[in-house]
Design a binder for this molecule. Sequence first.
Ligand SMILES: Nc1ncnc2c1ncn2[C@@H]1O[C@H](COP(=O)(O)OP(=O)(O)OP(=O)(O)O)[C@@H](O)[C@H]1O
Ligand SMILES: [Mg+2]
Length: 724
Amino acid sequence: THWKILISCWVWIPDPEEVWKSAELLKDYKPGDKVLQLRLEEGKDLEYSLDPKTKELPPLRNPDILVGENDLTALSYLHEPAVLHNLKVRFIDSKLIYTYCGIVLVAINPYEQLPIYGEDIINAYSGQNMGDMDPHIFAVAEEAYKQMARDERNQSIIVSGESGAGKTVSAKYAMRYFATVSGSASEANVEEKVLASNPIMESIGNAKTTRNDNSSRFGKYIEIGFDKRYRIIGANMRTYLLEKSRVVFQAEEERNYHIFYQLCASAALPEFKTLRLGNANYFHYTKQGGSPVIDGVDDAKEMMNTRQACTLLGISDSYQMGIFRILAGILHLGNVEFASRDSDSCTIPPKHEPLTIFCDLMGVEYEEMAHWLCHRKLATATETYIKPISKLHAINARDALAKHIYANLFNWIVDHVNKALHATVKQHSFIGVLDIYGFETFEINSFEQFCINYANEKLQQQFNMHVFKLEQEEYMKEQIPWTLIDFYDNQPCINLIEAKMGVLDLLDEECKMPKGSDDSWAQKLYNTHLNKCALFEKPRMSNKAFIIKHFADKVEYQCEGFLEKNKDTVYEEQIKVLKSSKFKLLPELFQDEEKVLSPTSATPSGRVPLSRMPIKPAKARPGQASKEHKKTVGHQVSLKIDFSSSQIVKVLNLYTPVNEFEERVLVSFIRTIQVRLRDRKDSPQLLMDAKHIFPVTFPFNPSSLALETIQIPASLGLGFISRV
Ligand SMILES: Nc1ncnc2c1ncn2[C@@H]1O[C@H](COP(=O)(O)OP(=O)(O)OP(=O)(O)O)[C@@H](O)[C@H]1O
Ligand SMILES: [Mg+2]
C-alpha cells in the first residue's frame, strides 16, 4: 500500500546516539521510492535511504494524543521506538515509573525515593480494579490478591529484568502490600515475620557489584500462604544458585556478602570480642574488591537490623552467635597462608594465627585441621593412602572449604527462616513472588554469569510459554483465526546450554577426564558448536573464550576456571574435622551431607541443570501445578496481551459501552469479529491509520464514551461491529 499525507505523518529512524529520532514525512511515499523525504524534529531536512533489499519503511510514530498512555497496548503502533518513547515521556514529563503492557507491569528504576509507597497509597489501591488506577506494583499485587480470592486460584508474580532494574525492591513492595491488606488479626504478627525474612536474606545473599550496590546473588521464590479468609498465615521460600565464588573472591570495586562487612563494622561490640574481628581491609575475603564501604550504607546499623530480624524470626541469641562465629571463622580461614615445601607439598607456618583463631572459633583441633589443609586422602580399590598437596592445591582447597561452609550456613538459615514462617493452621491458598538475580554481563564473565544468564534464559522461556506460546496454541486448538505473534523463542539457546553435547554436558564430561582442562573444553565447544549453532561464536582474538547470544544480549565468557568451579572440589577429610567440632551448630550444617559425599577424597557437589535443581523445598502439592496451569491458559483467552491483535480488541473496547463490557468481549464475540476480518488482506493494519485516533485503553478499561456518541468512520469498513 502507500502512504499519503493527510494530516501529517511521523516516523522513527535509528540514531546512534539517541537510539531513535523522530522525523516528519515531507513527501508522499509510493512503492518503489528509494528514499523518504524527512524533516527531523529538531528542524533538519534529510533524505532517508530505504534498504534496497528489504525496502522496509521506518516505524511510524503514534499520534501525539496517544503518547503517555498508561498501557502500551493502547498505542496504535507498538514497536521498539513507540515503547521507548512512551515510557520516556511518562517518566521524564510526569515522573511516572509504571506502565502496563496488558497484564505485564513495566517499571523504570527512578533511583530516588518516590512518595508513592505509603500506607495511604496501599489503601487507595486495595479493593480497586487494575484499570481504574494508575499502573503500580500495588495494583499488580491487588490483582493477584483479588484473583486468588475471587477465582480460588493460587497466583504468582514473576519479577524479571537485568541486574539493578529494581526486581528486589518491587518484590518487597508486593510483599508489603500483602502484609498490609491481609494482615493477620492474631498476635503472632506473621506478616511482620514474612517481611523480616527480607533483611536476613539480603544480608547473607546480596552484595555490591559494579551494577548494583545491593545485588541479589541468589534466586528466591517465596510463597505467601493465606487462610480461608485470605489472611497471611505463613510463608515458605526456596533459593536458587547462590554465587559461592563471591565468598572467596570479589572483582574490583565489588564486595563480598553484606553480612561480612556488617560483622567487621561491629567488631568492637563486647559480645563480638571473641570473634577477633577487625577492619574489612584486614581479611583476604573482604578486601579484594578494594571497596569495603557503600555510599549511604552504615554496616554497623545494618547489623542491628539483621539481628533484630533474626530475633523476630525466633533465631535465638545463642544461634545468632553461632552463625556469627562461623562467619568470622570463614574470614580467618581466608587469611590462612601456605608455604611451598617443594612443587608437590606445602606447609602452614607454625602456630599460624589465622588458623589458630579459625580452629578456636570452629571448636576443632589445630593439628588435625592444619594436616588436612595440606594433605589429602586417596582411596583405591585396595588401599587408602595419604598424599601431600601443592600450595596451589591447598589454596584452592581452602577456598572450596570456605565456600562450602558458607553455602551450608546459607541453607541452614533458609531452613530456619522457613521453620519460623511455617503456617500453624491449614493453608488455603498462596501467592508466589519470584525474584531472581538479573541477566548480567561484565567486562569479564565467568561460570557465575553463565549460570545466572542461563537461569534468566529459562525464566524468560517460562514467561514466553505462559504469555505467548500456550495462548497461541490454545487459539490454534480452538481454530481461532489469530495472527501468530513473532515472539522470541529461547529454546534454541537453552538447548545449546543444556541439551546433550551442549555447553554444560561437555563441561561435565571434561570434569570427569583425568587430564581435563579449561582449554581442551574450549576446543570441544568450538568443534561441536562453531558454525553449527547460530547462537554460539568464538571471539576472533581468543582460544579460551566463547560467546553466547542470549535473549538479552551477546555475552563473552572466559573459559578459565569453569572446570574448577563446576567441580567445586571439597575434601572430605576437612569436612570430617569440622563435623567433629564441639559446637553444636557446625555438625548441624553438614548433617544432610552423608549422601552427597562420595567415598573418594574429592566430592564433586556440582551444579545440576536448573530443571533438576536440588532446592530447599517448598511444600510439594502433588498434581496441582499442571492442573492449575491449564486453567490459567484457558482463562487467558479473554485477557489478551497479544500485540498484533490489540488494535482490533481496542476498537472492540471503544465500541463497547461500560456496563456491557464483560458480556460483550467474550471469546465468541471476538471470534465472530475475527472471522469477518480474516479475509481482509490489510487486517493487521486495519486500524493503523494515523488519521484515526482512538483514545482507549486496554484491557479492563472500557471506554467511557457511550455507544451512541461514537461514529465509526465508514472508511474502516467496520459497520458490522454494531450488528454483532
Ligand atoms: N521503585 C524504586 N524506587 C526507588 N529506588 C529504586 C526502586 N527500584 C529500585 N531502586 C533502586 O535501585 C537499586 C537496585 O534495585 P534492586 O536491588 O531491586 O535491583 P535488582 O533488579 O534486584 O538487581 P539484581 O539483579 O542485581 O539483584 C535499589 O537498591 C534502589 O536504590
Ligand atoms: Mg535483586
